[in-house]
Design a protein around this ligand. Structure first.
Ligand code: IFM
Length: 450
């Protein structure tokens, strides 16, 4: 086997999940409800009326799930802590049994030779904090820092990588601008405030992680490179707006200390002036940046789209996933090199990458065949390798996701797992992509050349 695609020694080969998407038992052992618990009970918000009450039942099956990771040969696992399990009201009293769940999980992982990578916030805000305004309340930066200190003090001696927030753009875009994700608001005026408070919480969280002795700490963003549909000035301007809104809105303040100019034009009177001291808090040095990459967008001017006036151009003959996301591996190389040029050089991780496809149910065979996902992983891992070849300091890759799970407002209908989950029996079955990924890991990437 040739060494064309060999990855560096020490590279982290992981898989990722998040608490609400897999754990189930959302109120067990004294946990407080989250905004997703409520959102799922709001008629019409989640496909099929699904919710995370059981999900993959991981809260009760974590030991078996760690064995699935061991079988893949993972040396890292990225998961999130449910804030409301640890602090049911979001601030104040700590719920020791909730914290113990994560304490045991970390030990199970280490015993299996798997480094824990912990995300503190992956969208499941305690409902009690939403009652106080959630991400619209400036006090949330302090609440988040307090929560971060509790978790890092409990687990920090054993956790390799800390993440403050997962994909803050999605929280704002889905939760405060378009209302399709919890807490379901639709407001041009709230979205910038939510963004800004997420970033302030990230800054305060970074300080809290460091003060509590956490090792490597950073932020995870989802990036989607924007390519203009044509050279027409309208399309070029639309591409710049889309890029500012999705890709630079979070990274510019964190690395450069200012918001992109385009946001003022996009939000108009909804865009406030933010105090300079807030931007200083936001601009904390990071040990690494995590990038979640799934797709790109070919962008054109479209005045009918509120408020961005940008639209996507569908690419004939290209493969689209069950999320209707174009499969375009080249953009993973492009995004990693772009971040390195604009904000780096700095250590990067691909903290999520994967695809939802319809997988034929495992009737009685030992493996679910998922050729499109196998090809997706092959081509994206090659693209990640190409970024390393071009000088990007890429330290690890986490497949999304270990298990089929609760895909937010799409419910259980979108399957991203390396393992197929039968949600009636909780039976886990490896997909062909799990076998493929295990082979890639075992050969340090060399199998990508086969
Ligand atoms: O399932 C989500 C995850 O929670 C965040 N990143 C994208 C994934 C797929 O949509």
């Amino acid at each position: 086997m040739s060494d064309t695609y060999r990855f560096p020694d020490g590279f982290l080969w992981g898989a990722a999940t998040s608490a609400y998407q897999i754990e189930g038992s959302p109120l067990a052992d004294g946990a407080g409800p989250s905004i997703w618990h409520r959102f799922c009970r709001t008629p019409g918000m989640v496909a099929g009326g699904d919710n995370g009450d059981v999900a993959c039942d991981h809260y009760r099956r974590s030991e078996g799930d760690v064995e699935l990771m061991r079988a893949l040969g993972l040396n890292a696992y990225r998961f999130s802590v449910a804030w409301g399990r640890v602090i049911p009201e979001g601030r104040g009293a700590v719920n020791r049994p909730g914290l113990s769940f994560y304490d045991r999980l970390v030990d199970q992982l280490l015993a299996a030779g798997i480094q824990p990578a912990v995300t503190l916030f992956h969208w499941d805000l305690p409902a009690a904090l939403d009652d106080r305004g959630g991400w619209l309340n400036r006090d949330i930066a302090g609440w988040f820092a307090e929560y971060a200190s509790v978790v890092v003090r409990a687990l920090g001696d054993r956790v390799a990588l800390w993440t403050t927030l997962n994909e803050p753009w999605v929280v704002t875009d889905g939760g405060y601008l378009y209302g399709v994700l919890a807490p379901g608001h639709r407001s041009l005026f709230e979205a910038p405030i939510a963004t800004h408070n997420l970033l302030r919480a990230h800054g305060a969280g970074m300080q809290a992680i460091r003060a509590a002795g956490g090792r490597q700490a950073g932020l995870v963003v989802n990036l989607e490179p924007k390519y203009p549909a044509s050279d027409a000035p309208g399309d070029l301007a639309a591409t710049a707006r889309a890029d500012a809104y999705m890709n630079r809105q979070y990274l510019d303040p964190v690395f450069l200390g200012s918001y992109p100019e385009e946001l003022r034009a996009i939000f108009g009177e909804g865009w406030p002036d933010f105090p300079a001291e807030d931007l200083a808090l936001i601009r904390q040095p990071l040990d690494y940046l995590g990038i979640n990459y799934y797709t790109r967008s070919v962008t054109r001017h479209d005045p009918s789209v509120w408020p961005m006036a940008t639209g996507r151009v569908r690419q004939p003959d290209h493969t689209y996933t069950a999320m209707d996301w174009e499969v375009y591996p080249q953009a993973l190389t492009d995004v990693l090199t772009w971040v390195t040029r604009r904000y780096g050089p700095l250590p990067l991780y691909v903290t999520e990458n994967g695809a939802a496809f319809y997988d034929a149910p495992a009737a009685d065979g030992p493996v679910v065949e998922d050729p499109l996902r196998v090809a997706y992983y092959r081509d994206h891992l090659r693209a990640a390798h190409e970024a390393i070849r071009q000088g990007v300091d890429l330290r690890g890759y986490f497949a999304w996701s270990l298990l089929d799970n609760f895909e937010w407002s799409a419910g259980f209908a979108r399957r991203f797992g390396l393992y197929h989950v039968n949600f009636l029996t909780q039976q886990r079955t490896p997909k062909a992509s799990a076998r493929y990924y295990a082979r890639v890991i075992e050969t340090h990437g060399a199998a990508l050349g086969a």
